[in-house]
Write a protein that binds this ligand. Structure first.
Ligand code: UDP
Ligand code: GLC
Length: 383
């Protein structure tokens, strides 16, 4: 079969957008080829799943960041060159499927040269504070010109696109879906062993999962820990994926300053998220800016943990406060600490929230529904 879909992503690292695309690509099977603009573990993971994947290096386009002002002539030249390569790669395809903003910009430039429709899977909240006004304006103009469809990972993401001037008629909301099986198949012994290895002396463990970045709020979790009793520990799971090494080092000094460094474990990037979630007592999410979706929330629910999350962006589409989890104001360490303390003190309530969350996550965020949703949009456009 000739692949109808040419899927594009700018990065080689494993962020949530890439982990989600990995599942989409696996679901689309031989109908898709993948071209990345950088090499890394994402390419390896795609290859391991049998995908047709190659890297087209992006050169100076790598220097353009979300908050960037006008891109340099070198970056523009790199984007144009890359668009030419994508157009050549697209010979037998019927649609370009872009999984990131940078991939979309290149796809939009390529579209004019290979006469193919473009679908942008938008996974970010466009506009300040995440993106500069200039970046947003450029991306939205390009989308209104060249994107046949925009798939938004949440209603919040769709609304931000429309608020920035994007054409709402082209938007389809497809929530992330996560394979429940990997969260079901964790042997109790494995979780117990992890807990004993990582925090043998902790009576209670809260854990935060995600790349290390100021807006992901690991600093809020550390501040909250400092307000909790000494037998409560914190696991910080994730690495700086996009060069935030200074922020990561700052977290260690913060833990030191707050006198909690013996109660915080920095675990770096892990591939055993399901066992780690099973091994902790509560999954916390503490993004200080609105979260576009937040896969970690669904994962925590699938693992049968109570989840506490910062209420902004797509989070309210995943968790109903007091029913399937607990919502706290973003950036409020004291509120987070209070929510953790209350769950610890009320185990029956915590278990009820966790089991309602697990049921809801299975029903509302299945992998199958996500793949079906993305495929329907691509089919509609590719004909
Ligand atoms: N994750 C992981 N290893 C880590 C930390 C995080 O595999 O050490 C995964 C996590 O399980 C989730 C994804 O990274 O699937 C993060 O996605 P999310 O949507 O929460 O945030 P993003 O980073 O995409 O903004
Ligand atoms: C982005 C967003 C995150 C979302 C993920 C998958 O990385 O930051 O909130 O869950 O994409 O769509």
């Amino acid at each position: 079969m000739t692949a109808r879909i040419l899927a594009l992503d700018h990065t080689g690292v494993l962020g949530g957008a890439e982990l989600s695309m990995l599942d989409v690509v696996a679901g689309l099977g031989e109908d898709v080829r993948v071209r990345l603009f950088a090499d890394g573990p994402f390419r390896e993971a795609l290859s391991a799943r049998g995908a047709d994947v190659r890297v087209l290096p992006m050169g100076a386009l790598a220097n353009v960041k979300k908050g960037s002002r006008v891109p340099s002539p070198r970056a523009l030249a790199a984007a144009w060159r890359l668009a030419g390569e994508v157009a050549r790669e697209a010979h037998s395809a019927r649609v370009l499927y872009a999984n990131s903003e940078k991939a979309f910009i290149v796809a939009a430039l390529a579209a004019g040269r290979c006469h193919l429709p473009v679908v942008w899977h938008l996974r970010d909240l466009l506009g300040p504070p995440h993106f500069s006004a200039l970046n947003t304006r450029g991306a939205v103009m390009l989308a209104n010109w060249r994107a046949s469809r925009v798939i938004a990972n949440s209603r919040a993401t769709a609304d931000a696109f429309v608020a920035a001037g994007g054409d709402g008629g082209r938007v389809r909301v497809v929530h992330n879906g996560i394979a429940a099986a990997s969260f079901d198949d964790v042997p109790a012994g494995a979780a117990r062993a992890l807990r004993a290895e990582l925090s043998p002396n902790a009576a209670y463990v809260m854990a935060i999962f995600g790349r290390l970045h100021a807006w992901k709020g690991q600093q809020i979790a550390i501040d909250a820990l400092a307000q909790l009793p000494a037998d409560c520990h914190l696991w910080v799971v994730g690495a700086p994926l996009f060069g935030e090494d200074e922020f990561a080092a700052g977290l260690q000094s913060q833990a030191m300053r707050r006198g909690v460094s013996d109660r915080v474990k920095f675990l770096g990037f892990r591939h055993d998220i399901a066992p780690l979630m099973h091994a902790c007592d509560v999954v916390v999410h503490a993004s200080t800016l609105p979260e576009p979706f937040g896969r970690v929330l669904v994962e925590g629910m699938l693992a049968g943990r109570p989840v506490i999350a910062a209420a902004a962006g797509g989070v309210g589409e995943i968790i109903t406060n007091g029913t399937t989890g607990v919502l706290v104001p973003p950036g409020d360490a004291a509120a987070l600490a209070r929510a953790v303390a209350r769950l610890r003190a009320e185990p029956v309530r915590a278990a009820a929230l966790a089991s309602a969350g697990a049921v809801h996550a299975r029903a509302a965020f299945s992998l199958e529904a996500m793949v079906r949703g993305v495929r329907a949009v691509l089919d509609e456009v590719a004909g």
